[in-house]
Design a protein. Structure first.
Length: 151
């Protein structure tokens, strides 16, 4: 698998299946830390795998609470960084479904992947375009920890 598009889509597929199956350890292992998430409302930095596992769980549970029956992400574009083949930047569309209908409007994301010395590709940042979707992107304990509010 040497095409940027194929690597990017394979990453999306593995991460999406792990999230859907509630395999939060695998989801967390697919990211590098600190990990930057850019949302329209704010930027978040995930500091470590334990924090990411809680956030992935909160996101998955919010999908369940909304009645989602499927979660798919499709690569629209991906390319190797012109300054070196160890980085891929790409764009994908996320589809949250209930039956055969969109539960939320499909939304666009941009993500970067970095090749590790062992050959794995890890996401180091993602820009998410969705706003006020009803989906929880962060576990409440992680939000409190980031803002200094007591748990």
């Amino acid at each position: 698998m040497t095409q940027a598009h194929d690597i990017y889509q394979d990453f999306l597929d593995k991460a999406s299946v792990a999230l859907w199956n509630r395999d939060y350890t695998t989801v967390a292992a697919m990211l590098s830390y600190p990990h930057l998430i850019r949302l329209p409302e704010t930027d978040r930095i995930i500091q470590n795998a334990a924090e990411q596992q809680l956030d992935a769980q909160a996101f998955r549970e919010s999908l369940k609470g909304l009645g989602a029956t499927a979660y798919h992400r499709l690569c629209r574009d991906a390319q190797f960084d012109p300054d070196g083949p160890g980085r891929i930047t790409g764009a994908h569309t996320t589809y949250v479904m209930r039956g055969g209908s969109y539960l939320t409007d499909p939304y666009e994301c941009r993500m970067s992947l970095m090749r590790q010395p062992d050959g794995r590709w890890l996401a180091d940042a993602i820009n998410v375009s969705v706003r006020k979707s009803g989906m929880a992107y962060y576990h409440p304990d992680n939000i409190r920890a980031r803002t200094g509010r007591p748990k």
